[in-house]
Design a binder for this molecule. Structure first.
Ligand code: HEM
Length: 517
């Protein structure tokens, strides 16, 4: 039997493997016998260990599942120990069609289920009522929760991390700087001017996502500190881009160069902004005319904020509006390019507005208010793109939802994406169809099911600003240019929703000829 084992072992004649060497030796029966039996004993022991660990893991999982069921938790699977279902989630979101991850679990467990992602057990909600309950009870039953790596980049006084009455006060201060009357009276002109300024510099091939980012950054800097685009804002933007990359990197300073660079860039951004804050304080003390921007409002606030608090606050606003608004601009153009009928109708709407004005005349608030189809396009882009796919919260106490218990300290993920793409709430939910917003019958309760800007006390304070910026951008784009995609580009959803190649397009000015810088 022994010799049979050796004789039949497949051996590559070119590789002097130990087996090959051993089998070619004049065999001592004693040697062969002891080596063979010890190797068999080793294999049996390994197999036994494997079996034992598999049984133990299965047993532990069973105990865990029974315990969780007794606790009244929603059904679901916590996946593998430690990593849970994180790899399945990331795997799905790196493809063009991440929906099966949610669809399969909703079909198996219902719209509120338990999973384990990013190192923690998490209650996942694909249910609009649960989402609303979670968002509305911010600060009472749930609170927002970010990993420490993100908090370091945001700064400890960031609005995104503030809690309680200070959060309430600062949230409404931010709202007061991005609401409709401020946009109407001040920002509308700036938005139109900055969009035109950027589009005027377009050459024949542009990376749309990069252009949209430039516009968004310049717009935010203007809104916050009244600075026009120039060298200062461009060098700030370069540092700032490194900070943004840090949000999506491995948050370990020793291992990740990107994260280390982000922390360094965050310091530089803070230093540059601190200089601005100090100068403005000096100017105000010297009696200079007060500017009508966010910085002026922060300096005048009753709380008497320190420079550090103001800088963290400004960084939060730069972060919150940047990726989001620029991505939505890019995706609106992508979806319209892929839906020619919608693009034609949009063009018609904007040409009518332009026909009433001279070429150099700016867009006004009343023009924005006469773009009904554009608003359908904006809504539909938000619904399909899901730039913010949902929000994480942490239960501050044991909470009962829909007959299930969420234990204190557990994470909840309220998925907007799952609701926006659910055929029970939107007919043909996975098709880009701006016309659905022309009739109210498409959704049962829009305020509940359509939440691209979140809700409750943390409702996005920039929601109107983002809508206006996108509408103005579309106006200038469709009236000034025609375009075709320069390359095939596809959507991915991890770590953020974006197109893989930053959406390269060939543009042509509508007044003839290729656009030139
Ligand atoms: C398409 C563009 C945008 C989308 C989809 C978006 C979405 C959101 C969402 C879903 C939240 C809620 C986060 C949560 O509940 O934890 C949020 C919060 C926030 N957004 Fe936006 N946003 C956009 C543009 C902007 C802009 C232009 C600004 C600039 C003023 C802005 C500033 C903020 C701030 C400061 C918060 C934090 C509010 C708080 O925690 O109290 N956003 N945004």
């Amino acid at each position: 039997e022994r010799s049979y084992i050796f004789a039949e072992t497949p051996v590559c004649p070119l590789s002097p493997s130990p087996i090959n060497t051993l089998s070619s030796l004049p065999s001592s029966p004693l040697l062969s016998s002891s080596s063979s039996s010890s190797s068999m004993a080793f294999s049996s022991f390994t197999a036994f260990l494997l079996l034992l660990s598999t049984v133990s893991v299965a047993f532990l999982l069973l105990i865990r599942r029974t315990r969780y069921r007794r606790m009244g938790l929603p059904p679901g699977s916590l996946g593998f120990p430690l990593i849970g279902e994180t790899l399945q989630l990331i795997g799905a979101y790196k493809t063009e069609n991440p929906e099966p991850f949610i669809d399969e679990r909703v079909a198996r467990y219902g719209s509120v289920f338990m999973t384990h992602v990013f190192g923690e057990p998490t209650i996942f909600s694909a249910d609009p009522e649960t989402n609303r309950y979670v968002l509305q009870n911010e600060g009472k039953l749930f609170e927002c929760s970010y990993p420490a790596s993100i908090c370091n980049l945001l700064g400890k006084h960031s609005l995104l991390l503030m809690k309680g009455s200070l959060h309430k006060r600062m949230h409404s201060l931010t709202m007061s700087f991005a609401n409709s009357s401020i946009i109407k009276d001040h920002l509308m002109l700036d938005i139109d001017r900055l969009v035109r300024f950027n589009l005027d510099s377009w050459s024949s091939r542009v990376l749309l996502m990069e252009e949209a980012k430039k516009i968004t950054f310049e717009l935010t800097v203007k809104q916050l500190m009244s600075f026009d685009p120039g060298e200062w804002s461009e060098s700030l933007r370069k540092e700032y881009l490194l900070v943004i990359e840090g949000f999506f990197s491995l948050p370990l300073p020793l291992l990740s160069t990107t994260y280390r660079k982000a922390i360094k860039a965050r310091r530089k951004v803070a230093e540059a902004l601190t200089v601005v804050v100090m100068k403005r304080r000096e100017e105000e003390e010297e009696g200079a005319e007060k500017k009508k921007d966010m910085l002026a409002a922060l300096l005048a606030a009753d709380e008497g904020f320190s420079d550090e608090e103001i800088v963290d606050f400004l960084v939060a606003l730069l972060v919150a509006g940047y990726e989001t608004t620029s991505t939505i601009m890019t995706l609106a153009v992508k979806f319209l390019t892929e839906t020619p009928l919608a693009l034609a109708q949009l063009k018609e709407e904007h040409e009518k507005i332009r026909a009433m004005k001279s070429d150099s005349e700016s867009l006004e608030w009343s023009d924005y208010k006469s773009m009904p189809f554009t608003q359908c396009v904006v809504n539909e882009t938000m619904r399909v793109a899901n730039i913010i796919g949902g929000v994480f919260r942490r239960a501050m106490t044991d909470v009962e939802i829909k007959g299930y218990k969420i234990p204190k300290g557990w994470k909840v993920f309220s998925s907007f994406r799952a609701v926006h793409l659910d055929p029970n709430h939107f007919k043909d939910a996975r098709t880009f169809n701006p016309w659905r917003w022309q009739s109210n019958s498409v959704t049962t309760s829009p305020s509940n099911v359509f939440t691209p800007f979140g809700g409750g006390p943390r409702l996005c304070p920039g929601y109107e600003l983002a809508r206006v910026a996108l509408s103005v951008f579309l106006h200038r784009l469709v009236t000034g240019f025609t375009w075709v995609p320069a390359e095939q580009d596809k959507l991915v959803f991890f770590p953020t929703t974006r197109t893989q190649k930053r959406y390269p397009i060939f543009v042509k000015r509508r007044d003839g000829g290729l656009s030139s810088t």
